[in-house]
Design a protein around this ligand. Structure first.
Ligand code: ADP
Ligand code: MG
Length: 477
């Protein structure tokens, strides 16, 4: 058994014990480097994945490994950056575990590339879909359940009862996500189908182009073999009659042959003012569903989902503050989260409610902020010196300041000590030397080590993130 097949068998056993989304996030691109003298050396693409797997799944991985090879007694981990690089296939593609045989996977890859028509005509190119969009990572709540369910039904049976499927909703609510997810899903379920994705704008410009260059027959040919046609933002059809006419023909031809058509728009068919009546009524023939702004719980679930995708750990209170304050669109929700993450990466601190406020202020949304009094907080008692901060941390962690600055190396004192050093450094900007002096004359490298260690732990330890944030709130930050 090669190392990779060994790892594959271990993952197969591990798969049922871990939530699918987590499994896909953390085990993607991993592999085994060696299996010697009872020690299994696992390679991972990132430090995050290493820490996360070692902390959360270590025992489960070991158990699964022992089922495959009883000699394995111990796990070791190594971060191998190139595993995370695009196009690198040294690591295991865990998605294969959910689809079945490798053969099928290879077929799907081909399906995403150039496709040859079934009856030997001109090759038809299939748009490569953004793999980021699928139906599994589309978070479902009361206000988007129907569009999601209809998309699922289309994937199961293209050209079935939901044809055409028309999804409408305001900007940034997930129309393109669903449409691309349908594309990805259909290709996965039916690797031989030809799926075409296009925005209405592009369709219009291609029609105009084809007419100008007298290439209409060739243009029409493109659609002859399409099994599933996905057309985004049909409100952009505009008044161009020739392109509407062309679309009308394409639509009818596909529809008559029971081919699936999915359309999206920012409004219902009846409100597409510039559109030919015949098209409007065609659009309404199948299923028309509306996407609405998700409610608070769903917004929170979306934020959690995105954190997992971005491999970020953020205090649940901070996430719920974002979910409360961003009610415009999912795109904006995601945007705020990304900015908050970027801000905290720059400052090398964990995201707090205050950092969210900062982002919202930059977006000129300060006036609408709920649950945070921008003016009042400024005048609060803010802990400004190291001594006060030490008292605060000691109180919070139920130890005395003397214990914290002393020599005791028990976990109960070490942790508050490290947190305190970290906060003095990052929030008050003291030098390592000075902090060392305040902590019983410790060497500056010891302090630096404590700060770095805490910063690392903050990337993977949600409890620590909560504690640090709670202390920061008490500091008035
Ligand atoms: P639209 O096409 O309606 O303007 P998009 O499909 O581009 O919106 O969605 C904007 C962003 O919001 C995308 O990153 C998408 O992944 C995300 N998004 C929207 N709805 C959801 C959802 N229910 N779950 C997860 N992500 C979502
Ligand atoms: Mg869109």
């Amino acid at each position: 058994m090669t190392e990779k097949t060994l790892w594959f068998s271990i993952l197969k056993r591990l798969k049922p014990t871990i939530k699918k989304a987590h499994f896909l996030t953390w085990f993607q691109g991993t592999t085994v480097l060696s299996n010697k003298e009872g020690k299994l050396l696992i390679a991972l693409p990132t430090v995050y994945a290493r820490d996360w797997i070692a902390n959360k799944y270590g025992v489960m991985v070991l158990q699964a490994a022992q089922e495959v090879d009883a000699e394995i007694m111990e796990l070791d981990y190594e971060v191998v950056g190139r595993l995370g690089e695009k196009g690198n296939n040294e690591g295991v593609d865990v998605k294969e575990l959910f689809i079945g045989g490798e053969k099928k996977v290879r077929k799907i890859r081909n399906a995403n590339e150039v496709r040859v028509t079934k009856d030997g005509g001109e090759p038809v190119e299939t748009k490569i879909f953004n793999a980021r969009y699928n139906l599994k990572n589309f978070v479902v709540g009361n206000r988007n359940r129907l569009p999601h369910a209809a998309s699922n039904a289309v994937v199961k049976m293209p050209g079935g009862i939901y044809n055409p499927l028309y999804v409408y909703g305001a900007v940034g609510l997930g129309k393109t996500h669903l449409l691309q997810a349908i594309g990805n899903g259909v290709l996965r379920e039916f690797p031989d189908m030809v799926v075409k994705y296009m925005t209405a704008e592009k369709f219009v410009s291609e029609v105009v182009n084809a007419i100008g260059k007298r290439r209409m027959p060739k243009f029409k040919d493109q659609y002859r073999n399409v099994d599933c046609f996905l057309i985004d933002d049909v409100q952009f059809f505009g008044r161009k009659n020739s392109s509407q006419q062309e679309f009308f023909h394409t639509f009818n031809e596909l529809y008559d042959r029971n081919k699936q058509i999915v359309l999206t728009s920012d409004r219902p068919p009846s409100e597409l003012d510039d559109l030919d009546e015949r098209l409007k009524s065609r659009f309404s023939m199948g299923m028309v569903v509306e996407l609405l702004m998700p409610d608070f719980e769903t917004r929170l679930a979306i934020l959690n989902q995105k954190c997992m995708e971005f491999q970020a750990i953020i205090d649940p209170e901070v996430l719920s503050f974002i979910a409360t304050n961003v009610q415009t669109s999912v795109r904006e929700l995601e945007g705020v989260l990304r900015q908050v993450m970027a801000l905290s990466q720059l400052a090398e601190t964990v995201p707090t409610i205050r950092s969210v406020v900062e982002v919202l202020q930059r977006m000129n949304k300060a006036k609408e902020i709920i649950g945070f009094d921008v003016e009042a907080k400024r005048n609060d008692h803010i802990v400004k010196n190291a001594k006060d901060l030490m008292t605060l941390v000691a109180d919070y962690c139920h130890v005395s300041v003397d214990q914290m600055t002393g020599k005791d190396r028990h976990k109960e004192v070490m942790l508050p000590r490290q947190i305190c050093m970290y906060l003095i450094k990052n929030e008050l900007g003291e030098s390592y030397e000075k902090i060392g002096m305040g902590f019983g004359g410790r060497n500056h490298t010891t302090v630096m080590h404590a700060c770095n260690k805490t910063a690392q732990k903050l990337k993977i330890d949600i409890r620590l993130v909560r504690d640090v944030n709670a202390i920061k709130r008490e500091m008035g930050l």
